[in-house]
Structure formats: structure tokens, C-alpha cells
Design a protein around this ligand. Sequence first.
Ligand SMILES: [Cu+2]
Length: 128
Amino acid sequence: MLKKLLSYVFVWALLLEISSGCNSDNGKTQNNPASGSAATNGTPVVKQAPVVVIEQMKFTPDTLAIQPGDTVTFINKDIVPHDITEVNGGQHSGKLDPGTSWRFVPQKNLDYFCSIHMVMKGSIRVHR
Ligand SMILES: [Cu+2]
């Protein structure tokens, strides 16, 4: 009877050991994404691509400074379509539906607006 009880305790202890072993394994797999995110944290050292977010009827930032040759990405995060229309003609994105984006490489300083909502304005400054 006592022997049987002891073997139960033994099996129980074994199970605990196995489950704690699993836990430490889980800890290791959680550490890996952590070191992965450390590598991701290092990524912004590489210059970030310039982005203009369109949200709540605004271009953000409304004035964007870039380097020559930079590709600017416009992302429509709003719930209505917008577009990017250069004030002096030239660039035109066409209608940008919600969730879509448009990119181009500005060659010079330019001002733009949304032809669907004329109050929405922005500009790009190319720093040489
Ligand atoms: Cu608009």
C-alpha cells in the first residue's frame, strides 16, 4: 500500500519535472522572438522610407522633408478615398481608396492637395 503510494508520488514528481521542463522550453522560445525584436530595434538605424499617412482628412506630416531620390509613400488610412494632386499639375495619384497606397519619387519641392477634398493640403521639400 505504501509502496503504491510512493510510486504515485514518484510519477507525480516526474510529471511536475516534465511540465516544468516544458515551461523552461517555452521560456526559450519566448526569448527568441525577443532577440528577434532586438534585431528589429536595430533596423531603424537604416534610414526609414518617408511616409505620408492620410487620416482624418489630413496629410501627416503636412510638410515632409526628404533627400533627393527618396521614394515617398502615401498611405490612405482614412475611411474615404483621397488623392494626391500636385498644385502646378504634374503628379497625380488617381483616386486612392481606403487601405491603398501610392508612391513616387519627387524630383523637386512641390505642394499638393486632395482634389476630392480641396482643404487637404501638403508639401514636400527636397533637401539637397
Ligand atoms: Cu481627400
